[in-house]
Design a protein around this ligand. Sequence first.
Ligand code: MN
Length: 131
Amino acid sequence: MAGELILIVEDNEKNRKLVRDVLQFKGYQTVETETGEEAVHLARTLRPALILMDIQLPGIDGIAALARLRAEPETRAIPVIAVTASAMTHNRQKIMASGFDGYQSKPIQVKNFLQAVEQMLARGRGAGGAT
Ligand code: MN
């Protein structure tokens, strides 16, 4: 386990705690924010290996935050998994069409969630990793 840094973007404290606990238990480092604006800032300054992005957020939503990340050379290549309630207005197809690298529905299924995280990180390492 490389202990990669993962950025958690989630405005619900319970959801955030669950994701944080699960990731830290597996040895990942985590950093958190409740807003898309700060997520963009943190991504630029900390260069996390992966971003987990809620869609419904105060301020800009997860889709708008993703667009900002993709618009900047420094953050363009960071993989971003959408983590969102499946019953919400944004369905999976719309979210994937927005350019997310993956999709996980809330409440997260821990085993499936961790598999998706590990796969995405492995993909990033295969692509040459951070520079
Ligand atoms: Mn939310």
